[in-house]
Design a protein around this ligand. Sequence first.
Ligand SMILES: Cc1cc2nc3c(=O)[nH]c(=O)nc-3n(C[C@H](O)[C@H](O)[C@H](O)COP(=O)(O)OP(=O)(O)OC[C@H]3O[C@@H](n4cnc5c(N)ncnc54)[C@H](O)[C@@H]3O)c2cc1C
Ligand code: FES
Ligand code: FES
Length: 1348
Amino acid sequence: MNGSRTDPRSRAHSDALIFFVNGKKIIERNADPEMTLLIYLRRKLGLTGTKLGCAEGGCGACTVMLSRYQTGTQQPSHHAVNACLTPVCSLHLAAVTTVEGIGSVARKLHPVQERIAKAHGSQCGFCTPGIVMSMYALLRNNATPKMADVEEAFHGNLCRCTGYRPILEGYKTFTADGGCCGGKGASADGCCKANRNGAEEDSDGRVDEARSLFDAAEFAPYDPTQEIIFPPELTSLAKGQRSASLSFVGDRTVWLQPDSLEEFLQLKWEHPEARVVVGNTEVGIEVKFKNMEYPVILAPAFLVELNAVTHTEHGISFGAACTLSRVGSVLKQAVKTLPPHQTEVFLAVLEQLRWFAGLQIRNVAAVGGNIMTASPISDLNPVFMAAGCQLTLMDKDGSRVVQMDDTFFTGYRKTVVRPREVLLAIEIPYSKEGQFVSAFKQSPRREDDISVVTAAMSVTFAPGTDIVDELRLSYGGMAAVTVMAKMAASSLLGRRWGEELLQEACSALAEEMTVDPSAPGGMATYRRTLTLSFFYKFYLMVLQKLRKQGVNAEEVGSECLSAAEIYDPETPSSVQIYQAVQDQQGRDDSVGRPMMHLSALKQATGEAVYCDDVPLYENELYLALVTSSKAHANILSVDTSAAEGVPGVVCCLLSGDVPGSNRTGPAEYDETVLAQDQVTCVGHIIGAVVADTQLHAQRAAKAVTVQYEELQPIVSIQEAIEAQSFFDPMRTIQKGDLEAGFSQADHVLEGEMHIGGQEHFYLETNVTLAVPRGEDGEMELFASTQSASKTQSLVAKALGVPANRVVVRVKRMGGGFGGKESRSTALSTVVAVAANKLKRPVRCMLDRDEDMLITGGRHPFYGKYKVGFLRSGKVVALDVTYYANAGNSKDLSLAVLERSLFHMENSYHVPNIRGRGFLCRTNLPSNTAFRGFGGPQGMLVAENWMTDVAQSLGKPADEVRRLNLFAEGDLTPYNTKLERMTLDRCWEECLSRSGYPERRAAVGAFNSRNRWTKRGLAIVPTMFGISFTATFLNQAGALVHIYTDGSVLLTHGGTEMGQGLHTKMIQVASRVLGIPCSDIHISETSTNTVANASPTAASASSDLNGAAVMNACEVLLNRLEPYKKKNPKGSWGDWVAAAYFDRVNLSANGFYRTPDLHYDFDSNTGRPFNYFSFGVGCSEVEIDCLTGAHKNLNSTLVMDVGRSLNPAIDIGQVEGAFMQGVGLFTLEQLHYSPKGVLLTRGPGSYKIPAFGDIPKHLTVSLLRDAPNPKAVFASKAVGEPPLFLAASVFHAIKDAIGAARAESGLGGPFRLDSPASAERIRNACDDRFTKLCPPAEPGTFTPWSVQV
Ligand SMILES: Cc1cc2nc3c(=O)[nH]c(=O)nc-3n(C[C@H](O)[C@H](O)[C@H](O)COP(=O)(O)OP(=O)(O)OC[C@H]3O[C@@H](n4cnc5c(N)ncnc54)[C@H](O)[C@@H]3O)c2cc1C
Ligand code: FES
Ligand code: FES
């Protein structure tokens, strides 16, 4: 260590930081304490395989393996960690392994890479390297894991495309238990492993039903002995230098790594303001997202005393730097060896650790960090408090021991620990005879989520009795600190543990555990109810344990037992069914076969290049956006002077810097490139700062100050209705005679529902790199966009140049889902303006929080309906009105609204119908396209009135739905005659494959046996019109070159975002040209190869581009025909060569326009869709009525995709869309403040489905024998239609809630808004506990968030 410690900032030099990356030694002499490993890998080492998805440890895209030599075991340890939270300075003497380090397509694939790709577990591929590395790290520690280990390894990884099933299938092949369903599969003999070898005979004797999407026999075997070894040099360095103290000096921060406890204490004494950093999972977030600046960081992670684990007389003492993974493994071992009565506290800690973050976080986060962060929603602190843990605090003058009780936390994120003290250790006590301890956590998502309420309870009884001697109840999430319910607990002392005590406890808790209805986090009623629900669960658990021990305690009714069960996830199983190709089909003809996504291997090795992976240009700059913090305001002034003083800043941009037109917008020019005088949403782009690095640009952007004059914002649909704030036009579709319909009806019902919006959460955020070409105003853009043409035209408009000067290139996207159809241009135009001004390449990849804030999402909808129906359940009249929250500009909202109206009847024939739609103009960021494009919202309202009809008649919902289904020849409300209907076939197949009747009976039986857990079942159809409803977009182009070596370069107007479009297009070209797919290549999508391409959207890209590709290939084939005739025995190469020498043009462009499309709203005539896709889904769920948590037990999906071009890709689309729908309808909740500020801006607060959310059993069947004459090779569109099948999960939940309400004597229709979150489920299950926690009167408080 150099120099004196007393003024660390005066130090001029850093020590050398030595670590290894993929076996290569790195000596970094200028390690920056503010730099993360992720930035270092990507920017300094050019290792771009490791991806940035969130920068907050919440998505796992950045997962790498960290290995360190452990002096104790004299072995290296291997852990998956998040590179985005790992400070590069923490890596001294560590070995980092990235996805590039374990294999490559060119060299050799690692089995972990090969299997995820070949099992179809990689679609857009942006999550894939992180998932590969989580699996790899698992195998390095355990070469024969169980499926449960695999599932645990993925707790910290998200994927937005695949629906997770194929990833688990692929990795099952590594497991010792093979992940077999144990006979619960849906195949004939009941096992998931049956019928796995391709075509098999189905129950009707058909021999072409295939159930295998990959052949595991093809996989290279896994040989753990071949793994890369830990660098020997590092072993010797680690042995010799482990205790060296180090300093690293950065721009703003000094990192000090002490080599002894004394030095650590001395440093803390000298720098009481210094931040102690161990795992950096808290401090990293504070610095990145909360603008915190820490000039001195102390890094004691490797001090022996802070890592010590000691078994004492009273319990186990853990050094404060022990990671949570280590705490978990020590406690698990103790539970195995100690008598059960001693391990109650340990089991409670382990229960909390099961659901604590993801493995990557637990591998680095320290137990001391969790305590010292003093978060009110810490999951461990309630257990530590209930158990009475002891903490050892220390400063340079000595130590003291304090008890973790209600005096430890002194305020929000404050403790009794003094500034010069550190936490040395925590002792977790053994429990004693007669003591019972439990911990509970409820979060919106079970896996990797922070708590709504978290609790721990400990009760001790007088020996041999059920009389309470001691009771400690502690709760997180109820106040600014972890609190103890002291009054409730003390009132129960000396009482018998029985029903009377329960009643008193609940009343006391309801009184003591209050939450201000305006409190941050909202959900006040739910939180209060949870405190009671948890106590009730504890009460039941303890009663059972007492009786087991022979104490004469009250008996627990068998109907209550399931409420006390601890959730234990089952390994999911699945079946995929499709029709195999005919035997006579040529081997080289891949159409209809489950071919792997052609980029999947590259995606799995990190070699696939995404926009931000394009190597840095030498003089490249980075841009950061300045956005509005007000929803509606006049801009009074913008001051950029402070920003200009930040090192590295090159310039600031404001609206005056836009050389062309500042008016922009994808459909109408009703937006600004940079806000001029007014802002109309939080996140409205006001300006930008360009600097040498991302860090500098972002720091400077935060230094720009804007003065506003605030105006009244309109945030919600209700506010827009009140203010009549609508965009023109409103839309109506009407058919039949509404009045006559209602008068004919036996019953008329009215209802309403709200459907929340949805964030796209593509794993790759929006990114653009703009490169000025230096002459004639030319500009080249690399962008992550679904619409290269729209980007081109809006950039040209902003720059004031003709479109022919702008080239937009898209290699691939890390997901789009509609989010990059139009909103991507908001970033691209600004980046292009900056590059144009500075004449230098400029890049910007939005951080996740910026992306979520700026780019809008799925439209929230509010639907109001009046439905008339006969006693039989037949619906005869419907009047429905939709209100969509469009946000601050029109964007694509009118088309979204129109589609909701086109789908207002879902799949049901309603003879007299009127649908009206209004677009609410609000001060939210403009909402936009999202898979389904308004269809799911329109259809969910339909399913709601359908459920109401069934519930009010007391008839089974499936019967009422079946009765109303469209039939062949029926007319839709927009007068399209339905032909080639397959809806009834999908319905029947779904009923039989799901075993609906037996399941219904079993659900009923389960519900009659259980009071606090209820099951629900629902079957739901979907019918989705295929075509852009804007007729002109239904066109596509392709360009095909055949080179003289016979290889083919294919280009078409569609972009690849993981949906497998390029793979399908190559399959199409391969069949038409009669050559293998390996001879055909797609390099990218670009505006200079195919002009004026429509966005890749509306599920129609395979249809449109496929037809254009066919067209181009047929032209070329015709040109080659004479040479084939002349030399029939020749090869493709011979014919190509002959044609070339004969001066034949071997390039052709193809074009396609969908025939006969047009629709007129005024006359309700025309044909808006080319054809329809049909599907039916059936789902069964189980809800915990006490907490609102639910489990997806079983889903069966039958989808008509015509004659599938590629069953692996199509099934991947069905599953991916379904899981996105599960997110939409049950999980994903955007929270906005009443002032229009988005509060959920990252994976920490916005929860998309994770691995654990997939149904325990999932069957997907592609409807057989359903050729579609309207699209390429008889196929059908698949991207959007299956999403709505997730409504079966929503309605199964509603069914289960209905059963719970029936227990409280409540029957008939009830309102359940979407998503069916845990909070909504709990609140809807009206019972004795909810009655004790009535909601505050609306209007008497300002809520934390509002329904928009
Ligand atoms: C994605 C993600 C998920 C998470 N999920 C959960 C969850 O489910 N439940 C939950 O409770 N928390 C969760 N957290 C919060 C966080 O992981 C924990 O609080 C963690 O235990 C902090 O440990 P650390 O070592 O990373 O802390 P650091 O970030 O290194 O430090 C945190 C704080 O503790 C102080 N500190 C650390 N050690 C000492 C010491 N020895 N003496 C004095 N002060 C010290 C630091 O100065 C700092 O203020 C999550 C965080 C992330 C990023
Ligand atoms: S980028 Fe690191 S976890 Fe998301
Ligand atoms: S493949 Fe997982 S996010 Fe796209």
